[in-house]
Design a binder for this molecule. Structure first.
Ligand SMILES: [Ca+2]
Length: 481
């Protein structure tokens, strides 16, 4: 039998060992926990507006729109001026956000339409449900996930929840839990979801209708902007309503006292819609929605609009607000960010590793969210096959690598080269002065193209009879795609 002092010593020694093990375990837990955010995973809200131009923001110099809530968001966070989406139109731009890969990897070259149209354009009918999915990855990392507002990731395919959502309410989607595109029903549903999950970690994709066609200006805003001309009055009204939705999200976060543990990112899926003539005052006969005559959004002095691979079509607002992490009032003019970066960035924030079989086209840009800047190592590629004769819409391909951006036509026999560090607005084509850069970037585009599929995945296409296929082939013969 041991005498009491020795027993006591051994007991104390055991306690010390236990304490040391606890300390080491705690250290290890902190090491593997989400980087620098303690043990709690921050909430993530991604607000994605539609056709909202770079210049449709007060802080960016809009000449007639007011965006007080978005401007406040920028004042309390970081405004990135070098962010681009990965397509100048809706569906492929959104596929890039959802998958962390360039949309050409799924043959999504244009917007999702009806099956015959998709087939004609060599596209699938919906985004691959077996492919990478940001909400599914975040769900796997312990997040409650919700999608509210626009979908436009395909029709007739899997329902939204199959992509990794715990809740959804959409328009232009599966029509299950369908909401009106008009108004802020998307925000209503997002608010409800946030209230329900305020004590958990959540991820919300809030995809606003504004400022896409058709326009449904609210009477109170029409009254507020009655001093403007008819076109601007309508457009300022729909911008104001979208901005109101953004403000409601921040008000709720403050009310629920989760403001300081929630990252909110705002962006837009492409540049402003092309302004149409007076014959397009009505969008669709029999619908009260107003038409493209009122689409007078601003690109902020950038060349091109929606459907263009020039900066006006793909450079959009990108604002990050993250109390305690993102410095307040910073404008980052040097970090080159793009939409496929969102998935790896959000996953890192969630403290989760990317799946081993997933090859991201983007990079985590968390350092930029913290205000420390980001130096990109991967080039950004664009592919776009639907110019439709819109101004500046001839480029079908593009690449940005370092300070250079090259755009090319589909036949690869016409190109323009810009130095974006010196020429942010792409005013001076330098292709004649730097043929070696043109050659290098052309080779990069060709090498990238060689990695892309030549036809859509069959399990992402609605079944079609042989007879119908033959009929469509006959109808399309000789037509230019
Ligand atoms: Ca859009």
């Amino acid at each position: 039998m041991l005498n009491p002092p020795v027993q006591m010593t051994r007991y104390r020694f055991s306690c010390l060992i236990f304490k040391e093990i606890c300390r080491l375990c705690l250290g290890a837990a902190l090491f593997f926990a989400p980087a620098a955010f303690g043990t709690e995973k921050p909430n993530i809200i991604f607000i994605f507006a539609d056709d909202w131009g770079y210049g449709d923001m007060g802080k960016h110099g809009s000449t007639f729109c007011d965006t007080p809530h978005l401007d406040r968001m920028a004042a309390e966070g970081i405004d990135f001026t070098q962010f681009t989406v990965n397509s100048p139109v809706c569906s492929p731009s959104r596929v890039a956000v959802m998958t962390g890969q360039f949309p050409a990897r799924q043959s999504v070259h244009q917007h999702f339409a009806g099956s015959p149209s998709n087939r004609k354009r060599g596209m699938p009918d919906w985004m691959d449900v077996k492919g990478p999915s940001m909400p599914r990855m975040l769900q796997g990392a312990g997040y409650k996930t919700g999608h509210f507002g626009k979908w436009h990731l395909g029709r007739g395919g899997p329902k939204e929840n199959r992509y990794g959502y715990d809740a959804f309410a959409t328009f232009n989607g599966s029509k299950v839990n369908e909401i009106e595109k008009k108004g802020l029903a998307s925000v209503d549903h997002a608010e409800q979801f946030i209230r329900e999950h305020k004590d958990e970690s959540f991820f919300v994709n809030l995809w606003l209708h504004e400022t896409h066609l058709a326009h449904y200006p609210r009477p109170d805003y029409m009254e507020k902007y009655k001093h403007l001309d008819e076109q601007k009055q309508v457009y300022a009204s729909v911008i104001a309503e979208g901005d109101e939705g953004i403000g409601r999200v921040f008000a709720l976060l403050k009310e629920l006292e989760i403001d300081d543990k929630t990252l909110v990112v705002f962006s837009s899926d492409n540049g402003p819609e092309v302004t149409r003539g007076e014959d397009e005052k009505i969008h669709n006969e029999g619908d009260p929605g107003l038409g493209g005559y009122y689409s007078v959004g601003e690109s902020g002095g950038l060349k091109g609009r929606k459907r263009s691979l020039f900066s006006g079509g793909i450079r959009v607002p990108f604002v990050v607000r993250w109390p305690g992490v993102a410095p307040e009032g910073l404008t980052d003019e040097t970090s080159v960010l793009t939409a496929v970066d969102l998935l790896p960035t959000f996953l890192e924030i969630a403290g989760a590793a990317l799946p081993s079989d997933f090859q991201p086209d983007g990079e985590s840009v968390l350092s930029a969210f913290k205000g420390d800047g980001f130096t990109r190592s991967k080039p950004v590629f664009w592919e776009w096959k639907g110019g439709e004769g819109a101004p500046y819409s001839w480029p079908s391909l593009g690449v940005r690598h370092g300070d250079w951006k090259l755009v090319m036509n589909e036949a690869l026999n016409k190109s323009e080269l810009y130095n974006l560090k010196k020429d942010w607005a792409e005013t001076t084509d330098l292709s004649a002065d730097h043929p070696e850069v043109v050659e290098e970037l052309t080779q990069r585009i060709k090498a990238w193209q060689a990695t892309l599929p030549t036809a859509p995945l069959q399990h992402c296409c609605a079944p079609v009879s042989e007879k119908k296929q033959k009929k469509e082939k006959k109808q399309n013969k000789g037509k230019v795609r």
